[in-house]
Design a protein around this ligand. Structure first.
Ligand SMILES: Cc1ncc(COP(=O)(O)O)c(C=O)c1O
Length: 396
């Protein structure tokens, strides 16, 4: 009897719409199988070369090193900075933990910077007040794949050529600013191919080196502190231990997965753009009445369509909407919890810095389900559920 009840309920209750669902987009299974059959499943194989060449062509980088995650790419960039005791790194408070943690692991202390309310990227005016002699690097994030205020940050850093810019571009592959690819503005930039991103391989990432002077040393640190790469390129007749480093390389089986995804770049980005526009068009007419702030793509920016977020009136409304939608089988989610006031953020920061926009945005932000193959009917259900939950929260 209980089973019959369950079956009847399943027949009437629509399936849950998850927040994210990674998909097979092309030849993933064939390519991964090819690596297993060839026997080359470690790093720097044929698929890694294809991915590296494609990313290099897109970005104009001097070198692309495929890594096990965006986190490890950030760690490798931190190693390349040779941080000394007393050095600090400026990081937005509104980001993922490892944007800061990667530099903490190399001995730096963090100075948390607020975000500006339009792009939710690093706030140039706040940055200007944080730049003392201890600052060695600044790590802007292109939140949701939309360029942060690159011109503003550049002008604040104009007389500090000693400060390295490391773009955490986990969200922004194929996004652009004034026709230049995101990730091409800093000395380094990092990418993520985690299963929640536009292009996935389970866990993966890349470090892009935009300056030729970093290439030789980065290859050594990448390859467990050895000059094995120079050996493979025929530049030396044996390889040995040369420097610090770690094991950063991405398995070629995962690079094969990623290559199949990148081959479908145009289709994937078109699907994500269409979903973004569906949400934006449907919600725009309700924005004023419901106190909604939709994503802003500034003039000059081309979005990477990584996510669709909204800002509602206040945290109580956001939490009520999350709960209301979940009760109807739709899974939106919040995003970063401010780092500057977190337990580890307080422990590892150089000093306390106020980040009021981060505090405000973090409490009001909600992300709608967003993935390549979200069917149009489900997108409509997300929109209807969201508006119903927001209406209910607003009328309380
Ligand atoms: C801005 C940002 N940087 C870094 C990361 C870490 O990426 P990964 O999971 O590839 O290490 C994330 C994770 O989503 C992120 O949002």
């Amino acid at each position: 009897m209980a089973n019959v009840d369950l079956m009847e309920r399943a027949a009437v209750e629509p399936e849950t719409i998850p927040f994210n669902r990674a998909s097979i987009e092309g030849a993933e299974l064939d390519y991964m199988r090819a690596t297993l059959e060839s026997g080359h499943t470690s790093s720097s194989g044929v698929f890694a070369k294809r991915v590296g060449a494609a990313l290099q062509e897109e970005s104009g980088a001097e070198e692309v090193l495929l890594t096990t995650s965006c986190t490890s790419a950030l760690e490798l960039s931190a190693m390349l900075l040779d941080l000394q005791p007393g050095d600090t790194v400026v990081v937005p408070s509104f980001t993922f933990t490892t944007t800061a943690l990667a530099f903490v692991r190399q001995g730096a202390r963090i100075v948390f910077c607020d975000i500006e309310p339009r792009t939710l990227g690093l706030h140039p005016e706040h940055l200007a007040t944080l730049l003392d002699e201890s600052v060695r690097a600044v790590v802007p994030v292109h939140y949701a794949g939309v360029a942060c205020d690159i011109d503003g940050i550049r002008s604040v850093l104009a007389d500090r050529p000693d400060v390295a810019v490391i773009e955490d571009n986990a969200h922004g592959l194929f996004g652009r600013w004034r026709d230049q690819p995101l990730g091409s503005f800093g000395r380094f930039s990092t990418l993520s191919f985690h299963e929640t991103k536009n292009f996935v391989c389970g866990e993966g990432g890349a470090l892009l080196l935009n300056e030729a002077r970093d290439v030789d040393r980065a290859r050594v640190l990448y390859d467990k502190g050895t000059n094995r790469r120079a050996f493979h390129l025929g530049q030396v007749d044996k390889y040995s231990w040369k420097d610090t480093g770690s094991s950063f390389g991405l398995s070629d089986t995962l690079a094969a997965y990623l290559w199949a995804q990148l081959e479908q770049r145009t289709q994937i980005q078109a699907k994500r753009r269409a979903l973004f526009e569906t949400y934006a068009t449907a919600l725009e007419p309700h924005a004023e009445r419901l106190g909604l702030r939709l994503p802003v793509v500034p003039d000059g920016a081309e979005a990477a369509y990584h996510m669709f977020y909204v800002l509602v009136r206040d945290q109580a409304t956001r939490d009520a909407v999350l709960q209301g939608m979940r009760a109807e089988g739709v899974q939106p989610t919040f995003h970063y919890v401010p780092l500057h006031s977190s337990e580890a953020g307080r422990r590892f920061s150089a000093r306390s810095t106020p980040c009021p926009v981060t505090d405000d945005v973090s409490g009001r932000l909600l992300r709608l389900p967003f993935y390549n193959n979200l069917p149009p009917d489900d997108a409509q259900r997300v929109i209807d559920t969201f508006l119903r939950a927001l209406d209910a929260a607003e009328s309380h």
